[in-house]
Design a protein. Structure first.
Length: 475
């Protein structure tokens, strides 16, 4: 029934008559700036999950900046192995073969957690920008560092996490009319079964942060309840977070957790009458998208100059201004929040971004150290309990919503059980997860744990249905 309704929803959307591109606005034929007669040609090799628009605009701006500075030009090479998590693995594999340095100078994008992993393994180089470069950049925001205290990575812009909604779907699908998701728990509504979008946190460092936010905003036990109910409503999990808003914009899902830049790109494309994006009040945060110089960088001087540029007021305006505005992007509107508080007043009226995260109250104080410590083990736990058992979970959640009274309470004990406490998970992150054999054993146990309990919920619902009673009263 859901699939047939989705076909009906997709037909009226005018976006389907147009080519579907995920990012940016109309583009011209000219490429990034190139100096005709440079005094020297520098090189820079960057590993980055950033989309084409960010790569283009900052390559273009930095080349212009360097030509004005000393007459030089910069030859860029961009590597993208498919998302921040996969880039992290590639860098680790490369350093395992060449411990003194690899064929890359920087990592750029993917949040901050991959940088903490690289830092712990000694794979990032310390760099100390001058006080002038750092003037006007806060050290943190609501407990989340913007600048690594040890200066191995630097925030370049801020990412907010919220909910994208396709208004057209909610208008056209009868059972969805009147719903208006504003909080994470709203995505657990049983009427949204099969209508929520999502991404696999093991392939997307930014979507991993969405799940970490849920655990910290709601508490570990209730946070996992929200994750299970929301994921039970999820139609499927994409590999990358950038795909989630695209799918929502064309009506294949009605709503989804989303990252601001991807949601805003779709709003630019189809209009705010079709899709919207909101950050749940007091239940979310913003975190930096980082940049760090890799150990043994061959083009160290140019890498340091690129870090300086990314911390500048010029770069902050580039993130926020609309394409064509003075000091703004040449080709793509980037729709990213700046790390410099002063930029919000400077760009007022010339940006699509209406929110100033430095002025917005955030009720959760993000435990950055805890999130970083359990990054890998949480990915494995989510894989076992949610992603790899999604079919069983979706069936269990649907069955759970159909129960009442004592039977529903029994089903809840099965559905929301975890094979670990928060403290146990943290302890394992420092022990078993360093031993691959033990790690594989525990992942297999968690898979079996989840499948048994999700199956038991479905069985319980079938027994109740076969019993024929509608109320859980003693007989």
């Amino acid at each position: 029934m859901v699939s047939r309704l989705k076909q009906l929803v997709l037909l009226p959307l005018p976006i389907l008559a147009l080519p579907l591109f995920l990012f940016g606005t109309s583009r011209t034929d000219d490429g990034p700036f190139r100096a005709d007669h440079p005094t020297r040609v520098r090189k820079l090799v960057i590993c980055s999950p950033q989309w084409e628009g960010i790569r283009f605009e900052f390559e273009d701006a930095f080349r212009r900046h360097m030509h004005a500075r000393d007459g030089s030009d910069v030859e860029f090479t961009w590597y993208d192995q498919g998302g921040g998590t996969k880039i992290l693995r590639w860098i680790e594999e490369q350093f395992a073969q060449r411990p003194d340095g690899i064929d890359a100078d920087l990592m750029f994008g993917g949040g901050t957690d991959p940088y903490d992993t690289l830092k712990k393994k000694g794979l990032l180089a310390r760099y100390d920008p001058s006080p002038e470069e750092l003037d006007g950049v806060p050290a943190e925001l609501a407990g989340f560092p913007i600048l690594d205290p040890d200066r191995t990575w630097f925030g370049t812009c801020l990412t907010s996490f919220g909910i994208m909604v396709n208004r057209r779907v909610f208008e056209l699908v009868p059972e969805l009319r009147g719903l208006d998701p504003k909080t994470w728990e709203d995505l657990c509504d049983p009427r949204l079964h099969g209508w929520v979008g999502g991404a696999d946190p093991r392939g997307s460092s930014s979507y991993h942060t969405v799940y970490e936010i849920l655990l910290q905003a709601h508490g570990f036990a209730h946070g996992f309840e929200v994750i299970r109910l929301m994921s039970g409503n999820t139609t499927s999990f994409t590999k990358f977070s950038a795909e989630v808003p695209k799918i929502c914009a064309v009506g294949q899902t009605a709503c989804a957790p989303a990252i601001d830049q991807y949601a805003l790109a779709q709003i630019d494309r189809v209009g705010d009458a079709v899709v919207s994006f909101r950050v749940p009040d007091h239940l979310s945060l913003v975190n930096p998208d980082a940049l760090g110089i890799l150990k043994g960088a061959k083009n160290r001087e140019t890498a340091e100059l690129f870090v300086d540029f990314m911390l500048s007021a010029e770069a902050a305006r580039l993130w926020m201004l609309r394409r064509g505005e003075d000091g703004g992007p040449r080709r793509y509107t980037l729709n990213r929040l700046a790390i410099r508080p002063a930029t919000y007043a400077e760009t007022k009226g010339r940006t699509n971004l209406l929110e100033d995260p430095f002025q917005r109250p955030l009720s959760i104080r993000y435990d950055y150290a805890r999130a970083s410590e359990r990054w890998t083990i949480l990915n494995d736990a989510l894989g076992a309990l949610v992603i790899d058992t999604h079919r069983e979970l979706a069936a269990a959640v649907e069955a759970y919503h159909g129960l009442t009274g004592e039977t529903k309470r029994q089903a809840a004990e099965l559905l929301f059980a975890n094979p670990f406490t928060e403290d146990e998970l943290g302890a394992m992150a420092g022990r078993e997860w360093k031993e691959e054999k033990m790690r594989e054993t525990l992942r297999a146990q968690w898979l079996e744990f989840a499948r048994e309990r999700y199956g038991a919920v479905v069985t319980l619902a079938r027994l109740r249905a076969a019993d024929g009673s509608t109320e859980d009263e003693p007989r």
